[in-house]
Write a protein that binds this ligand. Structure first.
Ligand code: SAH
Length: 422
């Protein structure tokens, strides 16, 4: 089910169904040692030399206010026939927002290891450094790892021969906790010299709270395999959103722009108009983040999510935050909704946050059967939102709010929060 998530989608040519973005290939934005102060002022005026080859940050040459104007125009074009689109909510500082950084490890021309990003639509690795949208702490760790590889004689994976050990490095950083998780994606669970490698990496980067070896033997462009071996620490990362604490496993989805996620969630929860008496369904809930942030404002919270690791995290997150009115289910959201509709379970407010492919017929027709008084649709793809919104409108819903939120500055992607009422 990995391809349904953003998790680990990294700088791989995009795959169907995933909530993955050009932003995931954001290493395009990496430039030689940028001056952070200068970047802040001319943030988007300085195009990345790799932008065209990677295709991640194709708006990087456009000043940020103009990027926002263009996004506003694009979403209005897609959704304007359905409702009035409110002004887009941008970021104060549109740089270094990515808390998930993925590097492909490859062998360079001089036979030395390099880290980088696949050139757009290819599997040719462009060695890049100093990405302007990624968390620089992640880049520093990736560079340390690359520098350590020759001494540990770790064989780099070769995509053509499918031989070698290390394939990718994934770094996730907590925005509020300062915790850092490192995932080494390799072809085997035996890591020769692993203990010494881990010890040296921890010595150089004491900020790392956990290191996981992810085993991916498949000849595929999926970054993560299904098996995780914990090399150090608890095997997950903790971060805070809207005053709640969340644990995130390597395989679980977590929004990549934590700073702006709080803005997104507050906007969505505000739209839900909760009064404390409702049954709220958080569909496509990931690690339960949106629902748990709203749990104090409802009578009961139900979450449904397909990824088993994320569901496990969601249950643990409820416990971590002493939320006792929440239940989480591992299921296809559409199938779950059909069951709810069949059983005639009451549903007051539906929060839905599907992947880029949007929702499906099963799910939407069950919404029309259950008829929650409010539906808040959080979408990372205005095209599929327009398609799904039309179904709900045809079924009797009225759209009264549509708020774009810029979760991915310097890329053309735009998140939307849309409210439907009966
Ligand atoms: N609301 C969460 C997750 C949003 S990403 C957050 O803000 O973090 C979309 C989520 O939908 C992912 O966790 C993905 O695993 C899940 N998903 C994808 N297809 C699904 C399906 N058919 N049924 C249920 N969940 C699904």
């Amino acid at each position: 089910m990995n391809n349904r998530q953003k998790a680990g989608s990294g700088r791989i040519p995009p795959k169907k169904g995933g909530k993955s973005f050009g932003a995931d290939r954001s290493a395009a934005f990496r430039k030689p040692l940028p001056d952070p102060a200068a970047n802040r002022q001319s943030a988007s005026a300085s195009a990345c030399p790799y932008a065209q080859r990677c295709g991640g940050c194709t708006m990087s040459h456009i000043p940020y206010p103009e990027q926002l104007r263009q996004k506003q125009q694009a979403v209005t074009k897609l959704l304007g026939h359905l409702c009035r689109v409110e002004p887009i909510i941008g970021m104060d500082d549109p740089l270094h927002y990515r808390s998930k950084v993925h590097a492909v490890i490859a062998t360079g021309r001089d036979k030395q290891p390099i880290s980088g990003v696949y050139a757009r639509g290819t599997h040719h690795v462009v060695p890049v450094r100093g990405c302007l949208i990624e968390d620089p702490r992640a880049d520093a760790i990736i560079q340390t790892i690359v520098g350590m590889l020759p001494r540990y004689k770790l064989r780099i994976y070769n995509e053509n021969t499918h031989r070698g050990f290390l394939r990718h490095v994934l770094v996730r950083t907590g925005q509020h906790t300062d915790q850092v998780m490192v995932v080494l994606v390799a072809t085997a669970s035996e890591f020769p010299g692993g203990k010494a490698f881990v010890a040296e990496l921890l010595e150089k980067h004491p900020e790392i709270c956990t290191i996981v070896l992810n085993v991916n033997q498949r000849e595929t462009s999926m970054v993560l395999g299904t098996r995780d071996v914990i090399l150090f620490g608890p095997g997950y990362l903790e971060d805070e959103l809207c005053g709640k604490r969340f644990r995130i496993s390597p395989q679980s989805f977590y929004q990549v722009n934590a700073r702006q996620t709080e803005v997104l969630y507050r906007t969505a929860i505000d739209c839900a108009g909760l009064t404390g008496t409702e049954t709220l369904l958080d569909a496509y809930c990931g690690t339960g983040t949106i629902g748990l942030c709203a749990a104090d404002q409802v009578r009961q919270l139900i979450g449904v999510e397909l990824n088993a690791d994320a569901v496990r995290d969601a249950k643990e997150n409820a416990r971590l935050n002493q939320v006792t009115n929440a239940r989480f289910f591992c299921d296809d959201a559409g199938r779950f909704m059909v069951k709810m509709a069949k059983d005639g379970l009451p549903l007051d407010v539906l929060m839905m946050d599907p992947p880029r492919a949007g929702s499906d017929e099963k799910f939407l027709s069950s919404v029309l059967t259950l008829r929650p008084k409010t539906v808040v649709y959080v979408s990372c793809n205005p095209k599929t939102l327009a398609r799904d919104a039309a179904v709900l409108v045809k079924g009797g819903y009225r759209i009264d709010r549509a708020i774009p939120v810029d979760m991915f500055p310097n890329t053309p992607h735009c998140e939307m929060v849309m409210r439907f009422c009966l």
